[in-house]
Design a protein around this ligand. Structure first.
Ligand code: ZN
Length: 367
């Protein structure tokens, strides 16, 4: 009889997860088995598990949990470059490898994209969720080796469990070509994405980081990360575009990272877009649903861009791990709140209070 493990499973949308005993999976020849040490929880998780959004949940009951980090426990017979005992982050992004986008080398556009342990983007994404049926709120999961970020000793499992939202911000900053001397604005800086973007932008060399948000306490915490490089504005305290220009010699910012939440006001984003420097880029990684008013003529005359970005590649995850190894990405600023597996629903309730900022809520499946 196969050995068993504990796994938090969603039986019914909108209902608490249940801790079930299930068989420990056997990795297929080209997969690995990971013993999960930490799995992150993100603000959107309760909304997804409610089943009320457009996302396609995996077949129920479903083992869930998005951002897992742990130790390789077993490798399939055809696996190279990773060994039992290696410390890894598992990128949950599942791309099929077969659709027109995947074959063109664009896995982030995959026609059957899904997040392991979370949801599928399309009805047929379920195939991939069935191939990798375990999420990070279980003691073990299987994954493919091409999705593993190899972790240096300097990155703890708790920190790596934040890689999903950090990576989303990182990919956006890279699209904006943020580098030494860049001036950027982050709308929604006090949220999980925004705080991560701040840590990364500091590591990438941005010299002026203008943060817009609501939570004054978190704004002050972020400002304290680098008082000479970060300026903060509580939304409502001043007109956004004027404030950005005041802090950029009237030129505006090279890059705007917009992390607005689903229910945020599009007017704030529009104001921040109006303060882009000539040639600047606005990149949306938030969930803003309200229609955004922009003036196309200015995008022509000032050569502006507005684009979206979703998630990140495993290669980008490896770059973050390397930045963290040398301290360029300072993950010690994250404030972890860890919950044992039995308290996974308490962890979900905690994230529902939207602490945001540098708070890092994780579940320890082996605890
Ligand atoms: Zn595909």
């Amino acid at each position: 009889m196969a050995a068993s493990m504990r796994a938090a499973r969603l039986h019914e949308p909108g209902r608490p997860l249940r801790i079930d005993m299930v068989e420990i999976p056997e990795p297929r020849p080209r997969d690995v088995l990971v013993q999960v040490k930490a799995c992150g929880i993100i603000p959107n998780m309760n909304a997804i598990f409610s089943g009320r959004l457009w996302n396609h949940l995996p077949p129920l009951p479903a083992s869930v949990g998005l951002d897992a980090a742990g130790i390789i426990a077993k490798v399939g017979s055809h696996v190279t470059d990773v060994a039992v005992g290696d410390r890894v982050y598992v990128n949950p992004w599942l791309s099929c490898g077969m659709c027109p986008y995947c074959r063109a080398g664009e896995p982030m556009l995959c026609n059957a994209a899904a997040f392991q342990g979370y949801f599928g983007f399309f009805p047929h994404s379920v195939r991939q969720l069935t191939d990798y049926p375990f999420g990070g709120f279980s003691e073990y999961l299987t994954a493919s080796p091409q999705r593993l970020v190899h972790l240096p000793q300097q990155v703890t499992f708790d920190q790596a469990a934040r890689f999903g939202y950090l990576g989303t911000s990182f990919a956006a900053l890279r699209l904006g070509e943020v580098s030494g001397g860049s001036w950027i604005a982050i709308n929604g800086i006090t949220g999980t994405l925004g705080a991560g973007a701040t840590l990364l932008a500091l590591g990438m060399g941005a010299t002026r980081i203008l943060g817009l948000g609501r939570n004054r306490e978190v704004l002050e915490q972020l400002k304290a990360l680098a008082p000479d490089r970060i300026e903060i504005l509580a939304l409502g305290d001043a007109p956004i575009a004027d404030w950005i220009r005041q802090h950029t010699e009237q030129l505006g910012v090279d890059v705007l990272i917009d992390c607005s939440a689903r229910s945020a006001a599009a007017a704030n984003t529009a104001e921040a877009v109006a303060a882009l420097k000539r040639g600047g880029t606005a990149i949306n990684i938030g969930a803003l649903t309200e229609t955004l008013a922009i003036q196309p003529i200015r995008f022509m005359t000032a050569r502006l861009q507005f684009r979206g970005s979703n998630w990140f590649t495993t290669g980008e995850g490896q770059l973050m791990a390397e930045m963290a190894r040398v301290g360029a990405l300072d993950l010690t600023k994250l404030v972890t709140r860890a919950y044992p597996l039995a308290k996974v629903n308490d962890a979900l309730a905690d994230v529902q209070k939207r602490p945001g900022g540098l708070v890092n809520i994780v579940v320890h499946p082996d605890d």
